[in-house]
Each structure stands twice: as C-alpha cells, then as structure tokens.
Write a new protein. Sequence first.
Length: 332
Amino acid sequence: MANLPDVLPIGPYFREMVWGGRRLQELYGKDLPAEKRIGESFELSAYAERESVVAAGPLAGRELRGLIAEFGEQLVGQQVWERYDGRFPLLIKLLDAQQDLSIQVHPDDAYTQAKGLEETGKMEAWFVLHSDEGRVAFGLKPGVDREQFAAASGSEGIEELIQFHPAQPGDVLFMPPGTVHALCQGVVIYEVQQSSDLTYRIYDYGRLGLDGQPRQLHVQEALEVIDFDTEMGGPTNWRKLPGAQADRAVLVDCEHFRLDLHRSEGGETRHAAGDSFLAFTLVEGEALVKGEEEFPLRAMDTALVPVHREFAIEPQGEGACTYLIASVPVEQ
C-alpha cells in the first residue's frame, strides 16, 4: 500500500450540459474540452463515471474511488466510513449556467430508502462565485399549496409560484431536500452536496437535451417530495451571516456537511483535519498549500486533506486569498 500524503490536489471531471457554457475557462482558466458546453465541473467526486483524479504528488492519476477503497477510514475517518458504509459522502462541483436550469427539487434520504432507490437523498448548499446580474429560484411563494403547484407543473405558469432572488458574488444558499429551486442564466456557483444525482425536474422550458430529445420531467415524484410547509428566505451574503468575522465564517452547518469560508491576507494559515477529511477549494487569489509537499493552487482548484492531517495555506502574489473548507460533521 502506498503512503497517503497530507494533501491530495484534485483534478476535475467536466460534464457537458445543454445549459452549460465556457465561463469556467474564461473566468478561472479551467482546461475545458474544446467545443463543449461544460455546465458542471466535478471538483471532488467519487460518483461513478464522473470521478475526480489526483492531480499531483505520488498518487497522481489515481481516481478518488480507488483511493477510498484502498485507504478507507485512513482517508475519510472512522465515523464517516461507518456512517456512510464505505461510500464517499460528499460531492463538490462548480456550475456554469449559461441558460436557466430546470425548475427542480431533490428528495431526502427517507424518501429514497422508502422507494428502495440506490441513490441517497440530496442536500446541498451554494456559494455564488460570479453573477451577470443573474438570479436564482429558491422556494415557493408564501401560501402556495400542493393543488396549485400540481396544476401549474410542467408549464411556464409554474414560475408565478416560485420566489426569484438576485444573485451576487458571496451569496450563500442552503437547500434542504424538498426545496424547489433553479440556478439561472449568468450565475456561476460552488456547490457542496450529498453524493447523489437524484433530481426531479418540474419544468424545463420545452428544452431539448444534448441528444436532441425533450428532457424528461418528473412531476409526480416532485409532488411527493416538495416541502410545502417551510417558507424559505433568500440568499445571504456571507459577511452578514451570524458570527461572521472579517476573515472567516461558518456558511452552513447541517446534518451531512459543514462549509467554512476563510480569508488570508499574508503569511501562513494553518489548519488541521479532525475526525473527518477536509475538502479545500480556493475561490479567490493564488496560494501554496503545504503538507509534506507544497503545491501551487489558483482560483477554483481543490485539494483533499485526509483525516488527522495538518496543512497550511500561504497566499501568493498581491491581495488576499479566499477559500472554502467542506467537511462532514462528526461526534467529538
């Protein structure tokens, strides 16, 4: 068995989507495949056939799934390994919406288990990276009930029942399962979620998929999982979150993941993984990430830090660097 480094720089898997574009290359220098409309960059993924790979170091070229099979709890932590039955629990993506995405909803774990589905539910959170004066759909308007929604599902009238909000860089949205939502044109986000691809489309603008065929809607399933009782707020800039400081904030702390933001203006900032792995994504600036080895990172690069390992971040060049750290909540 090879030794497990302190830091694993990760290379993404790119997924073409009918609503995608080229902004991940234009804005962040991602090496996108030519003439493809890339909507999703899987920055950290053990999802079958959409796997990330180690980008540098002694394990370069290895797929994340294979590393999990080899190192198990040495990589993710004992509690995480046991809780998720040896599956990597999180998926981190960048999304580039050059068209409005479908109006959609995701199920929770209880629903997928009751239906005997192989996938888990899908809880997720967004951090807005870029917006061309774009917007997001997030939650239902107050008072909308199941009958109203069912009558409008599959038609453009559904938009009259949904809350739309302007999206600005630095905005945070936490999306529990059952929340009706859509990412809209001109917005680029970082997304952390359960490692699942279960999406129930409610309305898709009559759009054809990459195969030239109409994209399937899932209205009945959506009606079974939508939360009609909880009123959702809107996006919140991270600086306005409770407890936020000038250089750090807890963006989300939920059942399946925690997401923290950090800013560093110079010198090393040290971090240590506890009983969960850490997934580090640089969202602004350039930096060196230092473990046993040093690796340069630029904006939108991601690295994985195994359980109980330490690492340091050192900004490079002028200005601060901003980064997100995702982890799985564990008992202390």
